[in-house]
Ligand binder design. Structure first.
Ligand code: ARG
Length: 555
C-alpha cells in the first residue's frame, strides 16, 4: 500500500484508511470500507449497506454518520447515494500529487514486495516427440504472464517446464528410431509424422508391439543404446520447443526443462515412504492412495495410482515426486500449476496425498490454475479442417502472415488468450483477435504507438502534471489503477485483470486525447498533458511487457 513506499499513489487504500476509523466508531468493531473505483464518483464505498443490515438501521443514515465522522483531508466531495453508498470525489491536488509520485517512480508506483516468496510456476509442459497442442499454448502464454508479473513484483520465481519426456510411448518411439537406422536425424524433424508413423506400426504390427514393450523395459533399466536414442528424441523436441518459445517471446529457457524423467530415480523411495506411512492400498495389483473426500460418479473412493500393476510408475507418481522436490530441495513456499481444467482432480488428489505424506507442510501452498479450452468457430475444440490437432508452428506462421508485423500477430494470439478469465473457453477467431479496434492486442499496440508518435512530433517533452479538466481527471484515475490491477492479477493468478485494465486505460486515453488538445495548448498545460501522455505510454508498455506482449514504438 502507499504507506510502504511512502508515496500516496493508491487512493483506494488512502480512502480505505480514512473511512475505516469512522466505520469502526459507528459499528463498535472494525469494518472493511470496501472502497472501489466507481463510475458514479471517483470512488465508492458500499460498507454502510452491510453495516446497516447488521445494526438494523437505515443505510442512508449510517452512511451520513460515517461521512460526518471521517477525516476527509484530500476529499473534495462525499455524498450519500442510492440505497446508502458513499460516493467519494478526491481533490485535484490529491490526484495531482499522487500522479506526480507515480510519474517520478521507475516502477510506476508498484512497490517491490516486502515479503518475497519462492514460487514455482509449472507451465507449458508439452510432450516430447509430439506437437504442442493449443492447450499447451494456453499454459505457455498464461504461465509466462504470471511468471513475469511475480518476478517483477520481487518474488523468487522458479520456472519449471514439466516436459512429458518419459512413459511407455517411448518404447515405441525408440524402437521406431532403431528401425530407421537410429542415426537418421532428419527422420524426426517432423515430430508429429514420426510419432504417427510409430503409432500406425504399433497398432498394425504384432512383432513391433512386442519389440516396443521390450524396449520400454530396456529403457527403464538403463540400457545405454536405448537411453541414447531416447535422449536424442527428447533433445530434438527441446530444440523445437525452444524455437516456439523464442518466436512467441516466452521467457522459458533450456535451463527450465524439468521433465518427468528427472524424477524416475526418486519413485521407488517415494513409494516406500508412502507405504511406511500407511498411505497406500493395493487395488487390482496396483498401489493406490485414496485421499479423503474424493469419490467417483458411483460414490466409490477415487484412487490415485502411484504404482501400476505392472510395476511401472505413471503421471501421478511423477507429480508427487515433483512436489516433494520443489518443496524439500528447491525450498519453494508456493507451487503454481498452469494446466488445463481437465486435470483439476488430478492435482487436487496429488496435493492431498502430498499433504498427508508431509511433503507439503502447512505454510506451503499449492494451486492448480486451470484454464478452459480453445474452440473453433463451430464451438468445438480447435482443430484443422481435416480434424487434426493444429500444429503450433503453423499457427504462429499464420498469425505472422496475417498481421502487418510479427509482433502484432504474436501479440494478437497472446492477448486473445490473456484477456478473458482463464477458466472460460474462448473461440479462436483470427479476424476478431487481429482487429485494430476492440479488446485486442493490436488495439493496445496501436494505442501505445500513437501516444509515442506524439513525442516524435512534439518539440517539447513531458512536464509536471496538474489535473483539472474532467477528461484529465478520468485519465489520472485510470493511471492510478495500474498498481491495484497488477497486484490483483498476480495474487489471483488472473492475467485478464491486467489486460482488461490496459484496455480501459487505452480507451480513457483516447477520450482524453479527443477532448484535451495537447500540442496546441499553452506551455504549462501542454507540458502537463504531455506528462499524462508519457505516463500513459509507460504504463501501457510495462503492462504489455508483464503480459509478454511486445509494444513496438512505431507500427
Ligand atoms: N505434459 C502434461 C500434459 O500434456 C502437462 C504437464 C503439466 N504439469 C505437471 N506438473 N503435471 O498434459
Amino acid at each position: 500500500s502507499y504507506e510502504k513506499v511512502g508515496l500516496i499513489v493508491n487512493l483506494e487504500s488512502l480512502l480505505h484508511d480514512r473511512l475505516a476509523p469512522a466505520l469502526a466508531a459507528v459499528a463498535g468493531h472494525p469494518v472493511d470500507p470496501v472502497v472501489r473505483a466507481s463510475p458514479h464518483a471517483d470512488f465508492q464505498s458500499g460498507a454502510p449497506l452491510a453495516l446497516a443490515r447488521e445494526l438494523g438501521r437505515a443505510p442512508r443514515e449510517i452512511a451520513a454518520e460515517v461521512a460526518g465522522k471521517a477525516d476527509l483531508t484530500g476529499v473534495a466531495e462525499i455524498a450519500v447515494s442510492g440505497p446508502g453508498f458513499l460516493n467519494l470525489t478526491v481533490s485535484d491536488s490529491l490526484l495531482t500529487g499522487a500522479l506526480r509520485a507515480v510519474a517520478a517512480d521507475d516502477r510506476l508506483g508498484v512497490p517491490v514486495t516486502a515479503a518475497p516468496e519462492r514460487i514455482v510456476v509449472d507451465y507449458s509442459g508439452p510432450n516430447a516427440a509430439k506437437e504442442m497442442h493449443v492447450g499447451h499454448l494456453r499454459s505457455t502464454i498464461i504461465g509466462d504472464a504470471l511468471a513475469r508479473m511475480l518476478d517483477w513484483l520481487g518474488h523468487d520465481v522458479i520456472r519449471m517446464n514439466h516436459l512429458g519426456d518419459w512413459g511407455t510411448q517411448f518404447g515405441m518411439l525408440v524402437e521406431h528410431l532403431v528401425d530407421l537406422g537410429g542415426a537418421a536425424d532428419h527422420s524426426i524433424r517432423d515430430l508429429t509424422a514420426f510419432y504417427q508413423d510409430a503409432r500406425v506400426k504399433f497398432d498394425a504390427d504384432e512383432d513391433f508391439r512386442t519389440r516396443a514393450r521390450l524396449r520400454v523395459v530396456a529403457l527403464q533399466s538403463g540400457d545405454p543404446l536405448s537411453r541414447q536414442l531416447w535422449r536424442r528424441l527428447v533433445a530434438q523436441s527441446e530444440v523445437y520447443f525452444l524455437d516456439v518459445y523464442a518466436r512467441l517471446g516466452i521467457t522459458l529457457t533450456a535451463a527450465d526443462f524439468a521433465g518427468e524423467s528427472r524424477y524416475q530415480d526418486d519413485l521407488p523411495v517415494l513409494v516406500d515412504d508412502l507405504l511406511a506411512q500407511g498411505l497406500l492400498t493395493e487395488s487390482d495389483g496396483a498401489l493406490c492412495a485414496f485421499p479423503a473426500g474424493f469419490t467417483g460418479r458411483d460414490g466409490e473412493p477415487l484412487p490415485l495410482i502411484v504404482r501400476k500393476a505392472d510395476g511401472g510408475f505413471g503421471y501421478a507418481a511423477t507429480d508427487l515426486a515433483a512436489v516433494r522436490h520443489r518443496v524439500a530441495t528447491l525450498g519453494a513456499n508456493r507451487l503454481l500449476y498452469v494446466v488445463g481444467a481437465p486435470q483439476r482432480t488430478h492435482f487436487a488428489m496429488v496435493f492431498a496425498v502430498a499433504r498427508a505424506a508431509g511433503w507439503l507442510p502447512d505454510p506451503v501452498t499449492a494451486e492448480h490454475l486451470g484454464f478452459g479450452s480453445v474452440l473453433g468457430a463451430d464451438g468445438k475444440m480447435l482443430r484443422t479442417r481435416a480434424g487434426d490437432t493444429i500444429k503450433l508452428a503453423e499457427l504462429i506462421d499464420e498469425a505472422v502472415g496475417r498481421a502487418t508485423a510479427p509482433a502484432i500477430g504474436i501479440g494478437a494470439i497472446k492477448y486473445a488468450d490473456l484477456s478473458g478469465d482463464r477458466r472460460g473457453d474462448y473461440v479462436f477467431d483470427w479476424d476478431r483477435m487481429l482487429a485494430s479496434t476492440g479488446n485486442t492486442g493490436p488495439y493496445l499496440q496501436y494505442a501505445y504507438a500513437r501516444v509515442r508518435s506524439l513525442f516524435r512530433k512534439a518539440a517539447h517533452g513531458p512536464g509536471p502534471i496538474s489535473v483539472t479538466e474532467p477528461a484529465e481527471r478520468a485519465l489520472a484515475l485510470a493511471l492510478l489503477g495500474f498498481e491495484p490491477a497488477v497486484t490483483a492479477a498476480a495474487a489471483l493468478g488472473e492475467p485478464h485483470r491486467l489486460a482488461v485494465y490496459l484496455h480501459d486505460l487505452a480507451s480513457v486515453f483516447s477520450g482524453f486525447y479527443e477532448k484535451c488538445p495537447v500540442l496546441r495548448s499553452a506551455p504549462e498545460v501542454r507540458a502537463s498533458r504531455l506528462g499524462l501522455a508519457d505516463l500513459t505510454a509507460r504504463t501501457l508498455h510495462t503492462g504489455l511487457f508483464l503480459l509478454g506482449i511486445e509494444a513496438p514504438e512505431q507500427i
